[in-house]
Design a protein around this ligand. Sequence first.
Ligand code: DGY
Length: 321
Amino acid sequence: MEKQRIYITRSLDEAVIAPYANLFEIRMWEKEEEPVPREILLEEVKNADGLFCMLSDKIDDELLQHSSNLKVVSNLAVGYDNIDLDAAKKHGVIATNTPDVLTETTADLGFALLMATARRIVEANQYIKTNQWQNWAPYLLAGSDIHHKTIGIVGMGRIGEAIARRAKGFDMNILYHNRSRKPVAEKDLQATYVSFEQLIGEADFIVSVVPFTPETSKIFNEAAFEKMKQTAIFINISRGATVDEDALVEALRTNKIKAAGLDVFEVEPITNEHPLMQLDNAVCIPHIGSASEETRTEMIQLCMDNIAGVLNGTGAKTAIQ
Ligand code: DGY
């Protein structure tokens, strides 16, 4: 019997793929750091039964109608705003993502970014490496305290709760806003549910972990930054499109808020010509929330298991509902 075919949109370590190589015919885009060009992807998907894609691949109606065999699209991310779920449903394609396996790693990164931004770690590193450290001084690179401050978590899903656990370890007061109340977080972490307006007005650290949807598009806009404290630090590890970047640049430039730590941007990759890159009070990193070696390997395995499960009829472990 002919093997079913899987196409992977980046070059991945053969060792992770090897266990599946006897079962399926696997083709991969040849580069690890460059996305597959759209026209090649459209061609490859024609014959694929399963597609293993990245968050930077747009999985839309045009792509899905290119294939008559495609049964599953497996996204190497927990966020799936790059996939048109209605189109997938229309074409009978199951979409899967990678929840749970990346929760703690992404929360680690979120908290690391919060700490780096508050304590000016990146500036301090630059300062010493560019030989500016001539003398010790009382307020040299003085940042903001983290312990005992108020953190406001927007989007209290798995990653939001994992950030709240870390915040509790720092004796922080925890506010959250979410579509629904989270009784366990309220009981175990003493997190307090508040409106979005109250959260952005009261928190010292506002952390966005909210999925990107039409409702959350640019929720962090001029009006939102206006309501934040002048000492507020804004952290975004969700999706860049939840933020009006022009408004954020303005808020940072005019010191309406103190600083921002950003792992995600409206257009990725962002370039160093973007105004955010000119600001000392913006700490910017290239969408590496879940990027630990251990977690990325687990995510890749989960993606492969999801594809294999759909293709062999046992079902996906983590289908997007
Ligand atoms: C995801 O998985 O959606 C994250 O953005 C990866 O860092």
